[in-house]
Design a protein around this ligand. Structure first.
Ligand code: WT7
Length: 659
């Protein structure tokens, strides 16, 4: 890492610390006693949170049953409904007029949706799904832009106990197809399109393409009309959302489900080519999402305006747009578009317009804003902000300080939250008003969660030591399995250190015992806070006729954290055409990856090479390719079968950089 100060050495020379202001501490939701209570009796602590944050149809007696480890069961003899908790009970408590969603479309259209509105819309959608034959336990795929219907659709599924599988709208038809197939979804909820960078961007064609394989069990596609663009129509299968909901009743009784009933499947990249369907269940997941949302963001539901910029296609959007905030009765902003549309001040305009008090976003966005300059946020009144959150990748101290100073006016606590799709909810984070904040460190496990850093041999490294992040006690929001592949669940997370959850992240303790996250230690990349698999992109590349072999690495990038850099060997017949067409080959291959996976996976650069660095046993040495991609002198090549390979690759890289 050359152009960022996220190297271990730089991170650990960061010694600044920010004390909570006395005013903030005096009224913060969190207090130091929270840690003591959790420490005194961890299960009693979680039981208390479960009773406090959720309403149960059948109260639970049992807190944790870990006899089926590694699949834990939490609150398993209790029954509840997620949507009742997120919506109905707020209306019953007299808060139906409170705004749930402040929607801002990219073109500037707005909608204000109260909890009473949400109850009505979600009920209609739930009745519609039931009339389409969706039963408790059936899966529904959701492929939507960031519009209120995305939240409504998720809640409608949860209302009838039909697990949803949200697929990020930026994923390709191929990616959508494999997820629909793996989850065996019955219904797909999509839109004609959404607005992206000032233009309508189509979604429905990807659904048509995904279903053209004719190998899924999808009987109905519900289509939200968002952009009004023309769509192809399959009679008997496709229905407009607004027409289907029109006649539906506004009354619907939420279906109480067991706490361990599946709430959703969300696919995420692993170290192999096939995405993993992470399964989350109802009770424990909701408890930890709501609890962390309350304490980590210091939510005051009557007065705060909360805004999490994540798309509901990612886990952050599940836990901190749909479930956590709504369970807590928050008022939140939902924004459809990109930060630079129609101008680079759009986010700050939104903060000013709605008086946003809590902002939760990703380091990559903060670094992009830094690059655009402090003058842009400087044009807006951001004084409403009082808590700033970060998630998705390590935040370098420089970005942390900029976030606090330029966006937070040097007043706001910044919470760096570490967690994963698999953990379901925040695991490591300072608590505002309690923790002395250290820029660049996620610091401490939230009360009730136990994490540690272990060395290769599975021993705790202790203060000052580095190694692998592990989670050594079950937690309520933990994944229960990988959908349809329980063996992979056991192998991926529980085999590296038998019986202990291995997160896949490197980490270090400082002398105070605070945790510093150091990035992935496996073949998983983190690009703009989005998880991508090197193997998945390699498979996409070799699925192209021209490509014989491919190796992909994540190279550090000043804005996106990591960037995808690919090295490909072309087939000999393609080589000639490639030589004639030059740059077009690279363009074609980049587009091919976008078509197979989605635009987020497009390599930043692709270098055509004649050989790849391999060990004598044939393993590609990605470490050396990373050196080249990051413009570093190439490391030790002695284990290569042919040590001259790296010379030609380095020369090729330099030549292409000079173009
Ligand atoms: C991976 C999980 C959790 C929602 C977004 C990403 C990295 C996440 C942090 C952080 C350092 C972080 C880890 C983790 N990560 N948050 N605050 N500091 N690294 O979810 O796609 O499941 O990715 O993101 O490497 O393993 P995800």
């Amino acid at each position: 890492m050359t152009d960022q100060d996220t190297t271990l050495e730089n991170l650990l020379t960061e010694t600044r610390s920010f004390q909570p202001s006395p005013e903030f501490a005096a009224s913060s939701n969190a207090s130091p006693e929270l840690y003591e209570q959790a420490e005194a009796d961890r299960l009693a602590f979680w039981a208390e949170q479960a009773r406090r944050f959720l309403s149960w149809d059948t109260p639970f007696e049992e807190v944790l049953d870990n006899s089926g480890a590694p699949t834990a069961r939490w609150f398993a003899d209790g029954k509840l409904n997620a949507t009742y908790n997120a919506v109905d009970r707020h209306v019953e408590a007299g808060n139906g007029d409170r705004v749930a969603l402040l929607f801002e479309g990219e073109p500037g259209d707005t909608r204000t949706i109260t909890y009473a509105d949400l109850k009505r819309e979600v009920s209609k959608a739930a009745n519609t799904l039931e009339s389409l034959g969706v039963r408790t336990g059936d899966r529904v795929a959701i492929y939507l832009p960031m519009i209120p219907e995305a939240v409504i659709a998720m809640l409608a599924c949860a209302r009838i106990g039909a697990p949803h599988s949200v697929v990020f709208g930026g994923f390709s038809a191929e990616a959508l197809h494999s997820r629909i197939l793996d989850a065996d979804a019955k219904v797909v909820i999509t839109a004609d399109g959404g607005y992206r960078r000032g233009k309508p961007s189509a979604l429905k064609p990807a659904v048509d393409e995904a279903l053209s394989h004719d190998d899924t069990d999808v009987s109905t596609v519900l289509v939200v009309r968002r952009t009004g663009q023309d769509v192809a129509w399959t009679d008997g299968r496709d229905q407009w959302w607004h027409e289907a909901l029109e006649g539906a009743s506004e009354e619907h009784t939420p279906v109480p489900v067991e706490a361990e009933h599946p709430l959703y499947i969300l696919y995420t990249s692993g170290t192999t080519g096939k995405p993993k369907g992470i399964l989350h269940t109802t009770g424990g997941y909701l408890v930890q999402s709501a609890y962390t949302h309350w304490y980590v963001f210091d939510l005051k539901p009557e007065t705060d305006v909360y805004w999490c910029t994540a798309d509901v296609g990612w886990v952050t959007g599940h836990s901190y747009v749909t479930y956590g905030p709504l369970i807590n009765g928050a008022t939140q902003v939902l924004y459809e578009g990109t930060p630079d549309s129609p101008h680079k001040g759009r986010w700050w305009d939104i903060v000013q317009k709605y008086g946003v008090t809590i902002l939760y976003t990703a380091p990559t966005a903060i670094r992009t804003m830094m690059k655009w300059g402090a003058d842009i946020p400087g044009e807006y009144d951001l004084t409403s902000l009082r808590v700033l959150g970060s998630v998705g990748e390590p935040i370098n101290p420089e970005a942390w300080i900029w976030y606090r100073r330029v966006i937070g006016g040097d007043r706001t606590p910044v919470v760096d939250t570490w967690w994963q799709t698999e953990t379901g909810a925040i695991m490591i984070s300072p608590l505002p008003g309690v923790t002395d904040a250290k820029p660049g460190s996620a610091q401490v496990a939230v009360p009730g969660v136990h994490v540690d850093v272990w060395n290769d041999a599975g021993q705790p490294v202790g203060p000052g030591g580095g190694g692998y992040l592990v989670i050594n006690e079950p937690w309520p929001a933990m994944l229960r399995t990988i959908w349809g592949d329980h063996e992979r669940f056991k192998d991926t997370y529980w085999a590296r250190f038998p019986g202990t959850y291995f997160a896949g992240d490197g980490a270090k303790f400082d002398e105070d015992g605070d945790v510093w996250l150091l990035g992935r230690v496996d073949d998983v990349m983190n690009v703009s806070g989005h998880r991508l698999s090197t193997t998945e992109i390699e498979s996409a590349l070799v699925s192209h006729d021209w490509v014989a072999e491919a190796a992909v690495v994540g190279a550090s990038d000043a804005t996106t954290g990591q960037a995808v850099v690919a090295f490909v060997i072309l087939r000999s017949d393609a080589l000639e055409a490639a030589e004639a067409e030059g740059e077009k080959v690279v363009g074609e291959l980049r587009n091919h990856v976008a078509h197979e996976i989605g635009p987020i996976a497009k390599p930043r650069s692709i270098l055509v090479v004649s050989e790849l660095p391999k060990t004598r046993s044939g393993k590609i040495m990605r470490r050396l390719l990373r050196d080249v991609a990051e413009n570093r002198p190439v490391g030790d090549v002695t284990t290569l079968a042919d040590s001259s390979v790296m010379d030609s690759i380095s020369a090729g890289m330099q030549a292409s950089a000079g173009d």
